[in-house]
Write a protein that binds this ligand. Structure first.
Ligand code: GRF
Length: 194
């Protein structure tokens, strides 16, 4: 049997999706394991969570400490390559990645987005779904390309929008679904990774 695939997760903040992946793909998982969590800022709450969960390699590459975006991204690439990462998962990673970075991990990098793509790319997805009078919202896991929230879709799941919903109540309902969807989508994507 082949060795477990090695997953690296990039975060910028809270890290609840990262934690879901780290639990689903822990050290005993024969298919894949989260071995690296990288943040673009040292204050990301998810860093502590990742350490508490026992992720082996947890590190912040503080964006502001690099002279250019290219050098910052090279530092991320160096960490990911040192850890022999097979699949990169963006989980609340809030920085646009360059064409070069995307090319480096083409077909091997996923993102989770809190909308039913292609609807509502970018920010404020829940607010926009409510303002449009939609009856359903949801989340999408897709491959990452240089175009924002536009790569091929791996999996998508919807939840109802109910009377009285606010941005906060809807975000909470969608987030619970994100935590179900992301591990499923990772399992599906891993099948295509040699
Ligand atoms: C999630 O809603 C995710 O879809 C979006 O950013 C949020 C991150 O939340 N990309 P968390 O950091 O995973 O808790």
């Amino acid at each position: 049997m082949s060795l477990p695939k090695r997953i690296g997760v990039l975060i910028s903040g809270r890290g609840s999706n990262m934690a879901t992946l780290a639990r689903a793909f822990g050290p005993d998982n024969p298919q894949a394991q989260v071995v690296t969590v990288l943040a673009d800022n040292a204050a990301a709450q998810g860093l502590t969570l990742a350490r508490d969960l026992g992720v082996p390699h947890v590190h912040a590459c503080e964006y502001g400490q690099y002279a250019s975006k290219a050098l910052f991204e090279q530092a991320l690439i160096d960490h990911l390559q040192q850890q022999n990462i097979d699949l990169v998962c963006l989980a609340g990673y809030m920085r646009l990645l360059s064409r070069d970075f995307c090319a480096q991990f083409a077909g091997k990098m996923l993102n989770i987005h809190p909308s039913l793509l292609p609807l509502y790319k970018g920010l404020d997805t829940h607010q926009r779904a409510l303002a449009a009078g939609d009856t359903r919202a949801g989340c999408t896991v897709h491959y990452v390309t240089p175009q924002l929230d536009s790569g091929d879709i791996v999996a998508q799941a919807s939840v109802p929008i109910v009377a009285g919903d606010t941005e906060a109540t809807l975000a909470q309902r969608v987030l619970r679904m994100e935590h179900v969807l992301y591990p499923q989508a990772v399992r599906a994507a891993l099948v295509n990774i040699a």
